[in-house]
Design a protein around this ligand. Structure first.
Ligand SMILES: NC(=O)c1ccc[n+]([C@@H]2O[C@H](COP(=O)([O-])OP(=O)(O)OC[C@H]3O[C@@H](n4cnc5c(N)ncnc54)[C@H](O)[C@@H]3O)[C@@H](O)[C@H]2O)c1
Length: 327
């Protein structure tokens, strides 16, 4: 089947594109390359270099496609606080343009990249899908607004849609040839890799007085290849007639910042320095997924769940490609 992947040159999108191609699908990527990389795409994949806001480009890219995986978005929660207009425009207006193009083209299957940020600071962990939706920053608000727009379009125009709410995406392609390359690096594991490579003077730990086992925040790190697996399964479910679904994607296990730092030192063999800093505004103390629904309904099972596996894959990529894809 031919699938259009928006944001397919990005970190999670390109991993999914590579796994789609390996599974025999044909792929058209629509990406404005604002944070994407051509080198992340396998040979032979069609790349339409355009924004999702470009209705004509969306229409052209959708020709011959049966489904859409929608990754394209602005993703840094901190930037969303200072530049909310950019996030609303990209994540919500962009999604509306895409939905209109899908309806016009008669493409009726959509997998949407959502996020744990839609839950904000949840009342309990692990977080099930029916936990209250209460984002605490514009990034989470815009992803929730996009979910709501997709639901309404699904209802009105007969689209089938699956929302995949990822927790902390991490790791790299097990080959070591592909991985995260964000200009603005904020993800903990990437920052640990940068510190181990000596590209950061120290790793900063934000907040050491949380009510957790060692005072630092707890997060659920999920391997990018496991996220990609979930997209292939979601696509298959839509093709089998599934009308609508919402699934959390995480390992169901949390690691504190200090634990990740310790594991990263062991895996890289570098005792890189870490410094304690104050809390960052809006960081919930614990975010752990309950992913039983994805396991039960999609048959999803994370294959690279161990934190040392995630870190080893990340290290293979970062140590061999310290400049990423080469900015
Ligand atoms: N990285 C995470 O931990 C995480 C967690 C939860 C959810 N998500 C979601 O996963 C998706 C992908 O995240 P990522 O980490 O791969 O980010 P990324 O920045 O690596 O990828 C985003 C891709 O979308 C492209 N893009 C952005 N705006 C566009 C637009 N208007 N038109 C066309 N292309 C556009 C970028 O060039 C890039 O290739 C996002 O929707 C994000 O909200 C990510």
């Amino acid at each position: 089947m031919r699938v259009m992947v928006t944001g397919g040159a990005g970190y999670i999108g390109s991993q999914t594109v590579r796994q789609l191609v390996a599974a025999g699908h044909e792929v058209t990527v629509l990406d404005d390359m604002s944070t994407g990389h051509r080198g992340a795409l396998p040979p032979g994949v069609e790349l339409v270099e355009a924004r999702v806001h470009d209705a004509a480009a969306c229409a052209a890219a959708l020709a011959g496609c049966e489904a859409v995986l929608h990754f394209a978005a602005s993703i840094e929660a901190g930037e969303s606080v200072t530049e909310p207009d950019r996030f609303w425009l990209n994540n919500v207006v962009g999604t509306l343009t895409l939905l209109r193009a899908m309806v016009d083209a008669g493409v009726d299957k959509l997998v949407f990249s959502s996020t744990a940020a839609v839950y904000g600071d949840p009342p309990a962990n692990p977080i099930p899908e029916e936990s209250p939706l209460a984002p605490t920053n514009p990034y989470g608000q815009t992803k929730l607004a996009a979910e709501m727009a997709i639901r309404d379009h699904a209802h009105a125009y007969g689209l089938s849609a699956i929302f995949l709410r990822y927790f902390n995406a991490a790791g790299a392609d097990p080959s070591g040839e592909h991985g995260p390359d964000h200009h603005h690096k904020t993800h903990l594991i990437t920052l640990c890799m940068e510190a181990a490579l000596g590209r950061l003077p120290e790793l900063r730990i934000f907040g050491t007085d949380y009510p957790t086992r060692d005072g630092t925040c707890i997060r659920d790190y999920i391997h990018v290849a496991d996220l990609a697996d979930a997209h292939l399964l979601a696509l298959a479910a839509l093709c089998d007639g599934k009308g609508f679904g919402v699934y959390n994607l995480g390992n169901g296990e949390g690691h504190t910042v200090r634990e990740v730092v310790d594991h990263a030192r062991a895996v890289t063999g570098v005792d890189f320095p870490a410094a304690e800093a104050g809390r960052r505004e809006g960081d919930p103390e614990i975010l752990i997924a309950s992913s039983y629904v994805a396991m039960r309904e999609l048959g999803w099972q994370p294959r690279r769940a161990e934190i040392d596996t995630i870190l080893a894959d990340a290290w293979r990529w970062h140590s061999a490609h310290p400049q990423g894809y080469g900015w």
